[in-house]
Structure formats: C-alpha cells, structure tokens
Design a protein around this ligand. Structure first.
Ligand code: IMP
Length: 191
C-alpha cells in the first residue's frame, strides 16, 4: 500500500517509516509537488493534524495522513502544547526552545511532562484519528546527541536516559509517535 505522509519533517518520516516497515510505502510531499508550507492554525494538536491532512486531500486529491506533536509540561499548565515548535519564536529553533523550557522550569520541583502525538488519516472519504502519549520528565540540562527537537531534555518514565541518548528503535518502542503509529499500522493492516 502507498500513502502520502503530509509532513516536511524528515525526522518524522524516518521514525514512522521504520515502524510501518514494508507494509506501507510512504510518499512524500515533494513527490506530489507540494512544496508550500501547510497551514497549522487550529490551536490544538488534533486540529492541526486534521488541518494538514485535509489540506493535502483538498489541494492535491490524495488520501494521506499527517501528524502533529506537542510537549505538555505539567508545571507550566500544559505549555508549550500546540506552540511546541514555536515556543521560543518563529524560527522553530530547537536549542532556543529547550533553553526556554529549562528556564521556565528553573524553580519548579514538578518536572513531569508528556509528549502527545495525533495522527490524522484520510482514507476512502473518511477521517480517522490515532493518539499516542508518552509520559516522562524534563531533565535539568540537555543530554545526548540523537533524536531531534526536545529529545535531549525529555526522560521517558521508567528510564534514566533522555530520548536523545536512546537508540532510534528504543525511542520508537515507547514514544508518543511510536504508539500513535502502531495504531495506524494496525488499522491499515485490517484494510
Ligand atoms: P510539529 O508536530 O512538527 O509541529 O512539531 C512540534 C515540535 O515538537 C517541534 O519543535 C518538534 O521539534 C518537536 N517534536 C516533535 N516530535 C518530537 C519528538 O519525538 N521528540 C522531541 N521533539 C519533538
């Protein structure tokens, strides 16, 4: 089976591809000549995931899936949430985003947090949503070189390493994106 994945983020493609395996061939946005930035203006993770998938369906006609992810920090009332990519400004700079999260948590003892991923699938005229949550805590400093985004400051529950210190397969096995993608995979396998 072939399906368009509505993302410009190669890290997401790599992680999701390795979970879906040979059963599904992902077609990228460039392959359908979609090179513009897809709007994400809905104010919720779920809304943005749906918006991206609907955009591709409406403008390019393809069945597709998209995903949106947010980091929700307990002591910050769920921030940055839907603003995770732009937390420190429009540049979407991972270092600046992590620095802001660490600074905002400086005096907090509760460092609990979670990543939330919502995958929106449009297939055969119907919309489907799959959600994955990974709980953990925010480290006191950046540790590790792997992964992307906020991985160097996120320690998943039950582990002492950050996502950035883990092998890709180990992260996928427990991550928000991994959990949402496993649901997508099971759904597609039934079709
Ligand atoms: P978006 O889903 O592309 O809007 O990404 C939201 C923000 O979360 C970006 O700053 C990403 O770098 C970050 N992000 C998404 N997934 C992960 C992850 O698995 N680990 C760490 N950061 C992530």
């Amino acid at each position: 089976m072939k399906i368009v994945f509505a993302t410009g983020n190669p890290n997401k493609v790599r992680e999701i591809n390795s979970i879906l395996g040979d059963a599904v061939e992902i077609i990228g946005l460039k392959d359908i000549n979609c090179t513009e930035e897809i709007p994400e203006t809905q104010g919720t993770i779920q809304g943005n995931a749906l918006q991206k998938a609907r955009y591709v369906k409406e403008h390019y006609g393809y069945d597709c899936f998209s995903e949106d992810t947010g980091l929700e920090i307990d002591a910050l009332g769920g921030e940055p949430g839907v603003d995770t990519a732009f937390y420190a400004g429009p540049a979407k700079d991972a270092d600046a985003n992590m620095a802001k999260a660490l600074a905002n948590l400086k005096d907090k003892t509760n460092r609990g947090a979670q990543f939330r991923t919502v995958i929106a699938l449009i297939l055969n005229g119907k919309e489907h949503l799959f959600e994955g949550i990974c709980r953990g805590e925010i480290a006191h400093e950046r540790v590790g070189e792997g992964g992307f985004g906020y991985d160097p400051i996120f320690i998943p529950d039950g582990y002492e390493q950050t996502f950035a210190q883990m092998e890709a397969a180990a992260k996928n096995a427990i991550s928000h994106r991994g959990k949402a993608t496993e649901q997508l995979k099971a759904f597609l396998a039934k079709i």
